[in-house]
Design a protein. Structure first.
Length: 306
């Protein structure tokens, strides 16, 4: 049963990432509004579901605290990832994002006494190599729009954003694992409800600050915001559904499957499946290095399940 749930979670998170390709928003501020929208929809969906399952609204203090931290990390991941992409090479930025799986894997071994298996170590190394080759793109070797990144400091900012993306994305999984450990496998839906509510709040606050501090022509406008949300209604619904269901399943699995196995497998398989979907559905070209990365990723999936 757990294997089936892992497969479903991988497909849902792959769908979440592919849904982002449908978003029509160029600037960080607009993407924050989109994220505020889909986290609000996800929270509303859970609240409606609580009408038939009232236990969702029975939330302990631990779940409120960890849920708010989950929402904060969820928000920071998107903000820092977008800032990193805007100041540095996309290929290496995506690598840092994907490599964050190391954090919950090592935490599971160090904090929760999980066994360190050789197959897991080999699989993690293969996944890291796969991420590198899949995201390697000679056209993205330097920060965008900066001829001399060392001179103007963009390289330092990019490294900082990558590090913060790595830490905040990795901490999401650690929070899920720690919550299920403390709550003995209960209140997973409550964690997601609180997490998405706080994420919506943080996205909205950040969006408002950026709007107020922007140029006059970019100030808050109800008609503009409404038009942007309506224009992206399909990705909003898809993101809400895939993100909510994927995180619900992953939170449950975090309480019954070792983190050192679960998160590398989910994250690694997700990147491989996204790349394959991009080639098959969106007709993106796969370079020679990309094919090497796919092969290493598939090998890692086999090794980690030995």
């Amino acid at each position: 049963m757990n294997i089936l749930l892992i497969i479903v979670a991988i497909l849902l998170f792959a769908g979440q990432t592919l849904s982002m390709k449908l978003i029509r928003a160029q600037h960080l501020r607009d993407r924050l509004l989109i994220n505020a929208g889909f986290t609000l929809i996800a929270s509303a969906g859970l609240l409606l579901f609580s009408l038939v399952q009232p236990d969702i609204r029975q939330i302990s203090v631990n779940t409120w605290v960890l849920g708010s931290l989950f929402g904060l990390c969820f928000t920071l991941t998107i903000i820092f990832y977008n800032l990193a992409i805007s100041t540095g090479p996309l290929s290496y930025t995506a690598f840092y994002f994907s490599a964050s799986m190391i954090i919950p894997a090592l935490t599971g071994i160090a904090a929760f006494g999980e066994a360190l298996k050789l197959t897991v170590v080999v699989a993690v190394l293969l996944f890291l190599a796969a991420f590198y080759f899949i995201n390697k793109n000679p056209d993205n070797s330097e920060p965008r729009g900066h001829a001399d990144p060392v001179r103007n400091g963009s390289r330092s900012r990019w490294k900082l954003y990558c590090l913060l993306t790595f830490l905040s994305n990795g901490m999401l999984a650690v929070i899920q694992r720690f919550h299920q450990f403390r709550m003995e496998g209960t209140e997973s839906k409550g964690l997601m409800l609180v997490g998405f509510l706080f994420a919506c709040l943080f996205y909205t606050l950040t969006y408002t600050v950026l709007a107020v501090r922007g140029n006059k022509k970019e100030r808050l406008s109800l008609s503009r915001e409404s038009a942007l949300l309506y224009q992206n209604i399909l990705p909003l619904l898809l993101l809400a559904a895939t993100s909510l269901m994927g995180n619900l399943i992953l939170t449950y699995l975090a309480g019954v499957v070792p983190s050192s196995y679960l998160f590398p497998l989910v994250q690694g398989s997700m990147i491989v499946s996204i790349t394959l979907c991009s080639v098959l559905i969106f007709r993106e070209k796969l370079s020679r290095l990309g094919r090497i990365g796919i092969s290493l990723g598939v090998l890692a999936i086999v090794v980690i399940n030995l």
